[in-house]
Structure formats: C-alpha cells, structure tokens
Write a protein that binds this ligand. Structure first.
Ligand SMILES: *[C@@H]1O[C@H](CO)[C@@H](O)[C@H](O)[C@H]1NC(C)=O
Length: 382
C-alpha cells in the first residue's frame, strides 16, 4: 500500500512539475545557468592560482589573463611540457609564479614547440574534475604546450556566458597564441563536450570569418581577419546541435530534459523555439570542412583535419550525437558506427575522422590515451 501510494504521489509530482520545469527553462537567465552551469564549481575550496595543489610540478603552470575585444578579462593557464620543466628547473625556480616571460620564452625558442588550445566543457573552472589530468597527460608529450581558459562567467573570468561570448573567448585565446608567433600549423584545437561547440565555431570563424552560421554579435575587435586553418580540430564527446542534444539528454544520465516531448513534433518545435543558444555544430563543421579545404589546399599542407572521438559508455551525451555530427560534416547519411576509427577524405577536402571508443564515459575520456594519440597523430610530420 505504502509503495503504491508513494508511486502515485511520484507520478502526480512528475506530471505536474515537468511542465513547470520546462516553462522555467524558457527564462533566459535560468536557461543559461542550466546550460553553462558556470556557477557550479569548487572555486570556494580550490585555489586555481596554486596549480601544484592539482598535481602539477612547481612552475609548470603559469596563470595569466587574456582580454577579449569586448573587454572581458579571462582567466587562463599555460602548462609547460614536463620535459621542458625538467630541462629548465633551475631557471624556473627563480621565476615568479605569475611571471610569463620565461615560460613564453621557452615556448618561442623551441622550434619543435606545438600548442594544444583546450576548450573545456560546461560547469566548473580550468582545474575542475578530470581537466587537470587532461593537461598533465598532454604535457607529458615532449614539446607540447597546453593553453586553457575559463570562458566569461566561469571561474575567475569576468562577464556572463552566451554563445557569441564563448566563441569570442575561444578566439581571444587562439589569437593570444598566434600573437606569440606560433603558426596555425603548430596549433591543435581540442574541445570536450560544450567545448567541442566552441572549438568548431572557433575553427569556422578562422577559416571563414564572415560565415552566416556564426552569431552576428561575435566580437572580432581590431584583430586582423586573416584566415587560418589550424593543424587539427579534435572533438571529444561532441553534439550535433543543442536542440537535438536536449531531446535525448539526461542530466547526470538520469533526469530527461526534453525527451518526454520527443514524440510530439508540435511540442518539440514549440519548446525548441525558446532555446537561446543553439550551437549548430553539425552545420558549422560542414561549413568548416568546405572553407578549410579551400585554404588548406593552397597553403597549409595536410592541415585542418577533424578528429571526433566518443565513448560508447557516455551517459551524458549519446555517441549517436557523434554519428550525426560525422554525417553532417561529411555530407553522408547518418549510420550506426562500429567501434574503431573511420575516416572520410572527400576529394580535395580536409579529412574527417571519427573514432568510437568502448570506454571513457563523458568526462574522463578526454584524459584517456586515444585522445593523446589523436594529438600525436595531428602533429605527425610537423
Ligand atoms: C588578472 O586579473 C585579475 C582581475 O582583474 C587580477 O586580480 C589578477 O591579478 C590578474 N592576474 C594576473 C596573473 O595578471
């Protein structure tokens, strides 16, 4: 009896509260807090200005600020390759923790230096969760410098997040690295989860700055609008677009967002109209492949490839999203992809590779060896 009664109450609760939940999410402020979850972080008891507390070697990480053309100040990290730290231990030991001069000199003076620009997922700050393991894994590769940033409204960065803002922030970090004299052919853009949407849009904004698929309000500032194709764009646990994702997304693998509406085309179109930031990565990646192919064939030999990785046991974003993204990027039909890698190189086009992994879940996967291998692969022949 008790079980029946509580089951009934649960049903009433769910049926009545779900519409309230969906209605609340149409309020812009609530929607952006739910999507970006930037206020959910451990900044109160973790000090990102003490990278050693996250397991880095002394002086391996230099925190610094990047300014955006629309006057936000973003908090960022420059992580040195461990081998570079070892070779310069004594000089680094006398350098101030926030002094960028020596770390940047080590980057600029290494002819084999390569840079991974990392765009993290939603919630938290640069050092949240598995993120630090990712940086450590990559900086264990010789000559590999990692740059990572907190988007506006995240961690110690100023402002509040939205789609145009995050893309502006991504561009600001990439422009910072370019301003150091690092050529695009030595830069890999790596994104995970929400960061894949940023990585894709940033890639498109450099290969085709005037693309109609980019937000109108993107703040380019006075930076030059020279086109660029980077070494590679690596997308880990991505999604094809936000409305599409929300139809299958379950918060923490449990609570559905729009899945209950999925069978009603009317309700779906009604509710998706209220999604403010749609992050159309599938369309953008397709446009990127076209634009990058044209640029890559004339200048950067072999650059611009896309590598998508997704774990089958991802409980947050289904691997089906990568199947859709791959199909959209390559212009093929959506198909069920087996475990392992598949590559499509259209004639005269940059390659698009998709790799279905058996393990890795949603967040941890970016720390796993296949992502390290993807970075190595990207830089092969450089
Ligand atoms: C970055 O900016 C913040 C706020 O403006 C400032 O407090 C901090 O000292 C700056 N950090 C560095 C490393 O310059």
């Amino acid at each position: 009896m008790g079980v029946l009664k509580s089951g009934f109450l649960f049903l009433v609760f769910t049926v009545c509260l779900y519409p309230v939940f969906v209605a609340l999410l149409t309020v812009p402020w609530l929607q952006r807090h739910a999507l970006y979850a930037h206020k959910i972080h451990s900044g109160f008891w973790h000090d990102v200005n003490k990278p050693e507390s996250f397991g880095f070697a002394a002086h391996q990480v230099t925190p610094f600020n990047v300014s955006t053309p629309d006057h936000e100040v973003l908090y960022a990290w420059h992580i040195l390759p461990l081998a570079t730290v070892a070779a310069n231990r004594d000089a680094l030991a006398t350098s101030d923790a926030f002094d960028q001069s020596l770390p940047l000199q080590l980057l600029k003076s290494d002819e084999q230096a390569r840079v991974v620009v990392n765009f993290h997922g939603n919630a938290g700050h640069v050092a949240q969760g598995w993120r630090t393991d990712t940086y450590r894994a990559l900086s264990n590769q010789p000559h590999t410098h990692v740059f990572t940033v907190d988007y506006r409204g995240f961690g110690r960065s100023t402002g509040a997040p939205d789609e145009a803002g995050l893309i502006t922030d991504g561009r600001a970090l990439v422009n910072y690295v370019l301003s150091l004299g690092i050529p695009p052919s030595r830069i890999v853009i790596l994104g995970q989860s929400l960061g894949t949407a940023v990585a894709t849009a940033v890639g498109l904004s450099f290969s085709d700055p005037t693309s109609g698929l980019l937000p109108q309000s993107l703040a380019y500032g006075k930076v030059n609008m020279d086109k660029a194709v980077f070494r590679s764009i690596i997308l880990v646990a991505p999604f094809a677009s936000l409305p599409d994702l929300l139809l299958s997304y379950r918060i923490g693998g449990l609570i559905p967002v729009l899945a209950p509406l999925r069978n009603s085309a009317f309700l779906v179109s009604l509710v998706t109209k209220y999604i403010l930031d749609t992050w159309p990565s599938g369309l953008r990646l397709n446009a990127y492949v076209s634009a990058a192919s044209t640029l890559s064939s004339t200048s950067n030999n072999g650059a611009g490839n896309v590598h998508i990785l997704h774990a089958r046991d991802d409980q947050d974003i289904s691997f089906v999203q990568s199947e859709k993204l791959f199909a959209m990027a390559t212009g093929k039909d959506v198909e069920e992809l087996p475990l392992g890698a598949r590559e499509v190189v259209g004639e005269g086009k940059v390659g698009v590779r998709v790799e279905m992994l058996e393990f890795g879940m949603h967040n941890r996967v970016v720390t796993y060896a296949p992502v390290g291998l993807a970075v190595m692969r990207a830089f092969e022949g450089v």
